[in-house]
Design a protein around this ligand. Structure first.
Ligand code: TYD
Ligand code: MG
Length: 455
């Protein structure tokens, strides 16, 4: 007898089982296991080896493949993050915290793509069409021929899309979608996974670009879009800090372009505006040079971005000193503190250390190491760095400084914004003249000695 295709999965954590149980072994929740009846209506799985399959299609690696057709929105920050425009038959996930501006961004994108001739359908599972229309009015988008629907039933959505044959479909949000063949509440892992699976296979089958909106919550209460990430071609995260106007659209996965590319936007009264010079924005709140503040010349994707690192070092009243970091990796901070102590003899024991990337920017480049070390030392010694100086470079565990990539681009951006000095590791590619005095060093001890007169 063929094996049954019925499986069970946990709504809370997504673990799958071949029989029902009252309690999920993986996450220890009760009553979260439900039956998944064949998500896509394919034939039941047959046990392999009993029947001959049909031959799979083999093609040669040398076959010339034309680049995928792309459509541009005209929103340069968005097109760049997509890898040069929207690829036909691709599925894109746009994740972000609730209220960050995903619906606003995608409504604007929908209108732009529609103006450029794409047949666009915007399906909202969260707002009524009238609400979406009101938002479009406020954003000045009412001239664009975007079709709206307020619907959550996946079967109805797919039926309509099959008949309408759009070029682009936006699903806002994947958590509100409801597949009637899956026995759990909308927003649960099984529902989110089933809906994403149906919609991505629809994109491939019909040659339609599908954008899925996914809410992420910090505490992970609602089934986040994480389960969707591996199904889609492109994953973009829309980030920003409350209280700051700017938002960053970051590609974390892209089968059709570079990952790590960012687009910068500013939330205004009339929707999201493109920020073409992000460095100027990130540095706009910077005042006179102060101890603990250092400007890092970074690279985000293909673009140089300058931002300010702020450190505060103070005697700790606690038995265990605090290490708090916002916008950078806590593990990396611990490493730099350890290297400063072991290689330069500068201890941070008994001192609370706070590190913040100004403006809510998140940095993941190792090239920020030297800027972080500079900010920590500057805060600890209460000495400001020389004015108009940018810092970048990676620090190794031995205390040696490693040259960063794209030195030339970093320096050019710094010069454009009025900086006159740069501190960077020695070695690497020679750079041309660009009006910036480049001060190179080969190890951290030399850096400490030269800048802080210690070591
Ligand atoms: P929204 O796009 O609804 O967020 P999400 O879909 O990610 O949940 O954006 C909501 C916030 O954006 C809301 O707090 C108001 C603000 N906003 C503006 O500041 N300007 C605007 O033009 C619009 C439409 C929204
Ligand atoms: Mg929304």
């Amino acid at each position: 007898m063929a094996k049954s295709s019925i499986t069970f999965s946990c709504n809370a954590c997504g673990a799958t089982y071949n029989k029902w149980s009252g309690r999920c072994d993986a996450c220890a929740q009760w009553n979260t296991i439900h039956e998944d009846r064949g998500i896509s209506a394919g034939p039941p799985s047959k046990s392999l080896g009993t029947k001959r399959g049909s031959a799979m299609v083999l093609t040669d690696l040398t076959t010339h493949e034309p680049p995928p057709p792309r459509s541009q929105s005209g929103i340069a920050e968005l097109d760049r993050v997509l890898g040069g425009g929207l690829v036909k038959a691709s599925a894109i996930l746009v994740g972000g915290d609730p209220g960050i501006g995903k619906s606003t961004l995608l409504l604007q994108a929908a209108a732009h793509f529609a103006r450029n001739g794409l047949k666009t359908i915007y399906v909202s599972g969260e707002e009524a069409s009238a609400q979406v229309r009101m938002r479009a009015q406020r954003l000045g988008l009412t001239d664009a021929s975007v079709q709206l629907a307020a619907e959550t039933n996946l079967r109805d959505i797919l039926t309509t899309l099959d008949a309408e044959k759009p070029d682009l479909v936006i699903i806002d949000s994947i958590q509100t979608m409801w597949a009637d063949n899956v026995e759990s509440a909308p927003g649960s892992v099984s529902q989110v996974r089933a809906a994403a699976h149906e919609l991505t296979s629809f994109a491939k089958r019909r040659g339609v670009s599908v954008i899925l909106v996914g809410h992420v919550t910090k505490d992970g209460q609602i089934a986040g879009p994480r389960v969707v990430e591996h199904m889609v071609d492109t994953v973009l995260y829309f980030e920003g800090e409350r209280g700051h106007q700017f938002r960053i659209l970051r590609a974390v996965k892209n089968r059709f372009g570079p990952a790590d590319e960012i687009g910068v936007f500013e939330m205004t009264g009339a929707g999201l505006a493109e920020v073409t010079n992000p460095s100027a924005l990130f540095l706009s709140e910077r005042g006179e040079p102060t101890a603990g503040s250092v400007v890092f010349a970074g690279i985000e994707g293909t673009r140089p971005v300058l931002c300010e690192l702020q450190a505060l070092v103070a005697p700790s009243p606690h038995s265990q000193a605090r290490r708090t970091v916002v916008g950078w990796d806590g593990g990396r901070l611990a490493m730099i503190l350890a290297v400063l102590e072991a290689r330069c003899g500068i201890p941070f024991a008994g001192l609370d250390v706070y590190l913040n990337v100004a403006g809510g920017m998140k940095i993941s480049e190792p090239a920020a190491d030297l800027a972080v070390a500079a900010a920590l030392l500057s805060a600890r010694e209460d000495v400001a760095l020389p004015a108009e100086t940018v810092v970048f470079g990676e620090i190794s565990l031995s205390g040696a400084l490693r040259p960063a990539t794209q030195t030339e681009n970093r320096l050019k951006e710094a010069q454009k914004l009025g900086f006159t000095n740069a501190i960077a590791p020695a070695g690497g590619k020679p750079v041309g003249k660009n009006g910036i005095t480049l001060n190179t060093m080969s190890d951290l001890t030399g850096f400490v000695g030269e800048i802080f007169g210690a070591g």
